[in-house]
Design a protein around this ligand. Structure first.
Ligand code: NZQ
Ligand code: ZN
Length: 392
């Protein structure tokens, strides 16, 4: 077991109509002039944006707004947001939407509070020294960005998708009303469930340190999301299932399921970020398309964890060799992905990549992680390429 730091300063307001409390929360955290930042328009269509603006109007809180954060959010809009906020003297950021709007807002907050080019942080050249405070109204359970220290931005030039983590990026508050997720397309709900599970699995498949309590929380979370993803497939308006998945999304990425381990593997994410950068796929679907190939490539180096996962999460029978049990667990996970209409390889994801694209992605991925990375198995550039090839 490793020593650990657990820091989750985000105030969570969970349940029906909780978005009505947004003005009080902004005041509580000292906001006087707000940037409302959102995505491609789902919050306009659902009426949520108007309701939020009415609430701020009634509370006498001034605001400006900036929409347009796309899935795999772009650096260009971050620059635009920084400029707008400087001009308007914004002192509080409110992201209304999913991981893309939240991550874009985090980057705007870094750019406002720090000198120089904000991309430097995503290019691992410097560390942030502060951020403008951020609040969130979440509309999709997926990334956990509402409580996480991470933000993932894509630089249009070269299609470089990079994540940056800092405790300054953790939101001050997160408003989570499961009802707000009921307008999601089924595909996005399934992508979200996949991402949530993967955030816990990245921390679970390690060769470094474990805690019984962390494993129990992780396995419980995985079983809960697996079960409720299927409920939502058949009954998308099920409030309780929406709530289970939404809270799981935050717990999966606020650090709770990593306490005591070595920080996790994270290579499925790193490989997916290349897919997201190059092909602009939905993050959760990209993860599902890569995971099985990654798992088959690494499982022998992390056999006890793959066996435990098979038995405790995927309900595989304790029969046969450890390797057989581990492989049945991987197969069961892929069956689960298929059951919620997630892809299990790149072709099912809709990508017919030329080999040279796979070579490019493996190279960019290796550069992005500083050569090699992984805990279940350390992967170098050749290993990354092997996995991309396996996933075709
Ligand atoms: O843009 P709008 O119009 O809002 O539509 C979005 C988007 O098309 C739609 N949507 C969201 N809530 C909705 C809704 N549609 C109808 N009703 C609602 N209630 O869903 C689509 C996906 O939204 P997006 O915000 O892109 O999804 P997600 O939350 O999955 O975020 C994905 C981004 O986060 C990054 C991913 O790489 C990707 O760039 N990640 C961020 C992490 C973090 N900050 O901690 C960790 C993750 O591992 C991940 O890498
Ligand atoms: Zn993720």
């Amino acid at each position: 077991m490793f020593d650990f730091k657990y820091y989750t300063p985000t105030k969570v307001i969970f349940g029906r109509k909780t978005e009505d409390q947004v003005a009080d929360l902004i005041k509580e955290f000292g906001g006087t002039k707000v940037l409302i930042h959102y995505g491609g328009g789902s919050v306009v269509r659902s009426g949520l944006l108007d309701r939020v603006k009415n609430t701020l109007d009634q509370a006498g809180i001034a605001y400006v707004e900036l929409g347009g954060a796309v899935p795999n959010p772009h650096l260009g809009l971050v620059y635009e947001g920084i400029e707008l906020c400087r001009k308007e003297n914004v002192d509080f950021l409110l992201a209304v939407g999913g991981g893309s709007a939240i991550d874009s807002a985090k980057a705007i907050g870094y750019g406002l509070a720090n000198e120089g080019d904000v991309w430097d942080f995503y290019d691992y050249k410097r560390q942030v020294k502060g951020a403008v405070p951020l609040g969130v109204i979440l509309t999709i359970a997926a990334t956990g960005s509402e409580m996480s220290d991470s933000s993932v931005i894509t630089k249009e030039d070269g299609l470089v998708k990079r994540g940056y983590s800092s405790d300054y990026g953790r939101p001050k508050f997160a408003i989570m009303n499961p009802e707000l997720t009921m307008t999601l397309p089924d595909y996005q709900t399934a992508c979200g469930c996949t991402d949530i599970m993967m955030h816990t699995m990245e921390r679970y498949f390690t060769n470094g340190g474990n805690m019984e309590i962390t494993d129990a929380l992780a396995e419980g979370l995985l079983r809960t999301v697996k079960k409720n993803a299927v409920i939502l497939r058949d009954d998308p308006k099920n409030y309780d299932a929406r709530a289970e998945v939404m809270w799981a999304g935050s717990l999966a990425h606020n650090g709770l399921t990593g306490c005591g381990n070595d920080g996790g593997d994270w290579m499925t994410h790193k490989l997916e970020h290349e897919l997201g950068g190059l092909y602009d796929v939905a993050h959760g679907a990209g993860l599902a398309a890569i995971w099985g190939s990654w798992a088959r490539y690494v499982y022998k180096n992390c056999l006890p964890r793959f066996k435990k996962f098979a038995l405790n999460v995927m309900d595989v029978k304790d029969e046969g060799t450890d390797e057989e049990i581990a492989l049945k667990g991987i197969e069961a996970m892929e069956d689960f992905y298929r059951s919620i209409k997630m892809p299990t390889n790149l072709r099912e994801l809709g990508i017919n990549a030329a080999d040279e694209d796979l070579v490019t992605m493996a190279h960019k991925c290796a550069v992005g992680v500083g050569g090699e990375m992984g805990s279940a198995k350390v992967l170098n550039e050749q290993a990354m390429l092997d996995i991309f090839r396996m996933s075709m």
